[in-house]
Design a protein around this ligand. Structure first.
Ligand code: NAP
Length: 263
C-alpha cells in the first residue's frame, strides 16, 4: 500500500506533546501516514480516529521493549517504506534522591525510557532512512537538561544525555542526508506537568507548542527551545557560575518522588 503523504513516526503519542504533534501534522498533511507508539492502545486508537483522513498505525508497546519496537518498525516499513520523520518523544518524569534506596529503580527506569529507548527508536528506522538518504530525526529533550535540578537528578541527567547524544547523532548523520533536530521544551501544559504543585514560568498550551515545533522541524533547525521566552532562561542558566546557580536553585521546588519502579 502506498501513500503520497509524509510518513511520520511518533513515540509517546497517547497524550500530551506526542498527541499534539500528531494532530498538528495531520492538520497540515491530511495525506500523512502515522506510526503511533505508546503503551495505552485505547488512547492511540482514539487518536488515530481523530487524525482521519490521515492514516495511522497504532503500536501499543512499551518503548523499552527493543524486540517489540524493532518488529513494529519492520511491520510499518514493509507497508510504507522508511519514514520521513521520527519523533522520539516518549518520556517520563519523577523526582529522585540518591539518598533514598527506593529511588534506585526509578532512576534506572527514567534513563531507560528517556535515553536508551530514544536511541532504540531512532536505531529501528535509521538504516532504512539512510538507504534513501533522506529523513529527519527529532528528539524531545528539555530545559531541565541544561543544569542539574535538585530532586530531579534522573530527569535532568536523562535530558542532558539526550541533548548531548542528539548532537553526536547530528554530526554522524550529516553526511548521510539525515537531519537531526533537538527540541527542548520549557513548561508545556500536559499530564506530565499537571501534577506539579509549583509555579511554572511561561507555561505554554500544548497545541501552540506543537505548531511552533513543527515549524522548527520544517525549517530544519538543529536546536530550539520552545517557548522562545524560555530560551533566554536556558541561556542564562547555562552561563550562571556554580556559586550563583547553587544560591538561586538549592531551594527550588522539587518534582514529586514516586516509590513505584514504573512511573
Ligand atoms: P505525557 O503527557 O505524560 O506523555 C508522555 C508520553 O510518553 C505518553 O504518550 C506515554 O504513553 C509515553 N510513554 C511513557 N513511557 C512509555 C513507555 N515505557 N513506552 C511507551 N510510551 C511511553 O508527557 P509530555 O509532557 O507530553 O512529555 C512528552 C515528552 O516531552 C517527554 O519526553 C518529556 O520529558 C518532554 N518534556 C515535556 C515537558 C512539559 O512541560 N510537558 C517539558 C520538557 C520536556 P503511555 O503512558 O500510554 O505509554
Amino acid at each position: 500500500m502506498s501513500n503520497s503523504g509524509p510518513r511520520i513516526v511518533i513515540t509517546g503519542a497517547s497524550s500530551g506533546i506526542g498527541e499534539a504533534f500528531a494532530l498538528e501534522y495531520s492538520a497540515r498533511h491530511p495525506d500523512a501516514v502515522f506510526a503511533l507508539f505508546a503503551r495505552r492502545g485505547d488512547k492511540l486508537s482514539d487518536l488515530a480516529r481523530r487524525l482521519a483522513p490521515a492514516k495511522a498505525w497504532c503500536f501499543a508497546i512499551d518503548i523499552t521493549d527493543r524486540e517489540a519496537l524493532l518488529a513494529a518498525a519492520e511491520q510499518f516499513m514493509a507497508e510504507f517504506g522508511a519514514p520521513d520523520i521520527v519523533i522520539a518523544n516518549a518520556g517520563i518524569s519523577a523526582g529522585t534522591l540518591t539518598s533514598e534506596r527506593a529511588d534506585a529503580p526509578v532512576f534506572r527506569r527514567i534513563i531507560d525510557v528517556n535515553v536508551v529507548a530514544l536511541f532504540d527508536s531512532f536505531a529501528a528506522f535509521l538504516p532504512a532512512m539512510r538507504a534513501r538518504r533522506a529523513g529527519t530525526l527529532v528528539g524531545i529533550a528539555s530545559v531541565a537538561g541544561v543544569r542539574g535540578l535538585p530532586g530531579a537528578g534522573a530527569y535532568s541527567a536523562s535530558k542532558a544525555a539526550t541533548i548531548t547524544y542528539l548532537e553526536s547523532l547530528r554530526l554522524e548523520e550529516r553526511a548521510h542526508g539525515i537531519r537531526v533536530v533537538t527540541i527542548a521544551p520549557g513548561y508545556i501544559r500536559t499530564p506530565m506537568t499537571a501534577v506539579n504543585r509549583y509555579p511554572m514560568p511561561f507555561l505554554m498550551p500544548v497545541d501552540a507548542f506543537a505548531r511552533r515545533a513543527v515549524d522548527v522541524i520544517a525549517a530544519g533547525r538543529s536546536f530550539a527551545v520552545i517557548p522562545r521566552s524560555m530560551r533566554v532562561v536556558a541561556l542564562a542558566l547555562r552561563m550562571l557560575p556554580n556559586w550563583l546557580y547553587d544560591a538561586l536553585f538549592a531551594r527550588a521546588p522539587r518534582k514529586a518522588r514516586v516509590t513505584d519502579a514504573h512511573p
